[in-house]
Ligand binder design. Structure first.
Ligand SMILES: [Zn+2]
Length: 197
């Protein structure tokens, strides 16, 4: 009988632990399979076991313009990808691993809950998470592909995401280049925007 080398067995167990953590954070089976070296069926079975229901069907989110559709989305995406990029650079790795995604998304949730949901929440960005881990994974791929880049605002010094893509080039600070409408929603400032007096 063949024995599994200790190191390989350890890696295998580690992949399953990370897969479970990803699913608990909301990751869908295709992402879990890709990051944790599990088969599609293994990921689906684990998802059902952890969540107690079948995973959502359909395409994973992938939209280059998602981060520029509102200042609130840009803020959430900039916080998450800023954390992920810092971890990745600190570890000197080119790609985001399952462990990096788990760590970055857990930190993002923690920070976002304190900034946007706690008793000292900053209204009116949003009172709920607008970034789920599947969208977060898609955005990290765009960052690594160079479709999204970080820009530092010359006024407030915030690090925010800009889109560099043939169909959509956009670079505005989600803190400074916005105005607030009557409902309290932050909107991108533009030539057509009417800032309230
Ligand atoms: Zn700014």
């Amino acid at each position: 009988m063949k024995t599994v080398p200790f190191k390989r067995a350890s890696n295998f167990a580690n992949h399953w632990v990370l897969a479970e953590q990803l699913i608990q954070l909301g990751a869908r089976p295709p992402i879990v399979s890709q990051l944790c070296r599990l088969s599609r069926q293994q990921s689906i079975d684990l998802y059902k076991s952890v969540k107690g229901c079948s995973p959502k069907q359909g395409m994973l989110p992938h939209d280059h313009q998602w981060v520029i559709q509102s200042a609130g989305r840009n803020i959430h995406a900039s916080i998450f990808l800023g954390i992920l990029d810092d971890i990745r650079r600190r570890l000197s790795i080119q790609h985001a691993t399952a462990q990096v995604l788990v760590d970055a998304f857990s930190l993002y949730k923690n920070i976002a809950s304190q900034i946007f949901i706690g008793p000292k929440a900053i209204p009116p960005v949003t009172r709920q998470f607008t970034l789920d881990i599947n969208r977060a994974w898609s955005l990290s791929s765009m960052l690594l592909a160079g479709d999204l880049i970080f820009t530092v605002c010359a006024r407030c010094k915030a690090r925010f995401l800009s889109v560099i893509h043939p169909n959509a080039t956009f670079s505005r600070c989600p803190i400074c280049d916005v105005w607030t409408d009557r409902s309290g929603r932050r909107r991108w400032a533009s030539a057509k925007s009417k800032k309230p007096n």
